[in-house]
Design a protein around this ligand. Structure first.
Ligand code: NAX
Length: 331
């Protein structure tokens, strides 16, 4: 039998946490044969709620779950963790300035970076979910220099999956037959969901999405804004932000990263830019990646038209501004 892997979920007492931990414990993240020890971190006011969650995990009697640590102590939470899903953060509340939210998250991510740096397994893989996800991941990277930069990522898989979902609904095809959409840039409303390389598996082979959806106007306008604004649409309908879809996307992200992407298929991940596609280095930007043996690589050589170029640059620009704002919060 395999050795258990230790997984940390921060912000575990929140609503994404409540959807995510049972998925992990069932094996949705690392597969049905991989036992795990779950560390759950939250803050003091959530102590009781975190305790309740631990009780429920015990009551669910998950065969793969070999241990649960529920704590408000960052050091205890980070001890020897192999995989870290960072869902904890300070949410934007009504009337708050962008700078105030950024400032709170910068201090959280700076502190947690140091704890991971000192106590996590040296090859730990980190996924940041909490917003502003790309910039939180960047702060984490800056303050945990001993963690390899390729091990720090942020979640844009939810946006990627939303794009797959929209195409599948529009064409009335199985979502599993749609592949190779791309989400470029920031996990925000400036993200660019790109279908120029996406295909659908049909009875007569692989067909470009652009060929099957004849309505270019829909693809260039409504499709993009629907994916960009989906988070807001969920909040409007549910009076709460996306939780199960975010949790599911976090499992997809880690699973593909650790176990590999299927042949001929890529996924979107927020990763440290190496300058590919003219995106400035020094940003965590969402790119199309393939994964193999625990390592991701940006898909190279895709043709970028003028329409895409502008949208890719616009979302990069927003990330540069966020980075400047984050830096100003460090002083
Ligand atoms: P909740 O407010 O329900 O949960 C957040 C939890 O984090 C709370 O239990 C809170 O006590 C805890 N927390 C706060 N500060 C902490 C700290 N310093 N250490 C540990 N825990 C801390 O929010 P939820 O709906 O679960 O969303 C969590 C985050 O995910 C938010 O930042 C949200 O904006 C972000 N999202 C990101 C998505 C993505 O695709 N990247 C999509 C979904 C979601 O909106």
């Amino acid at each position: 039998e395999k050795e258990p892997i230790t997984i940390l979920v921060t912000g575990a007492a929140g609503q994404i946490g409540y959807a995510l931990v049972p998925m992990i414990a069932r094996g949705a993240m690392l597969g049905p044969n991989q036992p795990m020890i779950l560390h759950m971190l939250d803050i003091e006011p959530a102590t009781e709620s975190l305790k309740g969650l631990k009780m429920e995990l015990i009551d669910a009697a998950y065969p793969l779950l070999r241990g649960v640590v529920a704590t408000t102590d960052v050091v205890e939470a980070c001890k020897d963790v192999n995989i870290v899903v960072m869902v904890g953060g300070f949410p934007r509340k009504e009337g708050m300035e962008r700078k105030d939210v950024m400032s709170k998250n910068v201090s959280i991510y700076k502190a947690q970076a140091s704890a991971l740096e000192q106590h996590a397994a040296t090859d730990c893989k980190v996924l940041v979910v909490a917003n502003p996800a790309n910039t939180n991941a960047l702060i984490l990277k800056e303050f945990a220099p001993s963690i390899p930069e390729k091990n720090i990522t942020c979640l844009t898989r939810l946006d990627h999956n939303r794009a797959l979902g929209q195409i599948s609904e529009r064409l009335n095809v199985l979502v599993s037959d749609v592949k190779n959409v791309i989400v470029w840039g920031n996990h925000s409303s400036t993200q660019y969901p790109d279908v120029n390389h996406a295909t659908v598996t049909t009875n007569s082979g692989e067909k470009p999405v652009r060929e099957l959806v004849v309505d270019d106007n829909w693809l260039n306008n409504e499709f993009i804004t629907t994916v960009q604004q989906r988070g807001a649409a969920i909040i409007k309908a549910r009076k709460q932000s996306s939780a199960l879809s975010a949790a599911s996307a976090a499992c997809d992200h880690i699973r593909d990263w650790v176990l590999g992407t299927p042949k001929g298929e890529w996924v979107s991940m927020g990763v440290y830019s190496d300058g590919s596609y003219g995106i400035p280095t020094g940003l965590i930007y969402s790119f199309p990646v393939t994964c193999e043996r625990g390592d991701w690589n940006i898909v190279q050589g895709l043709k970028i038209d003028q329409f895409s170029r502008e949208k890719m640059d616009k979302t990069a620009q927003e990330l540069i501004e966020e980075k400047t704002l984050a830096k100003s919060c460090l002083n």
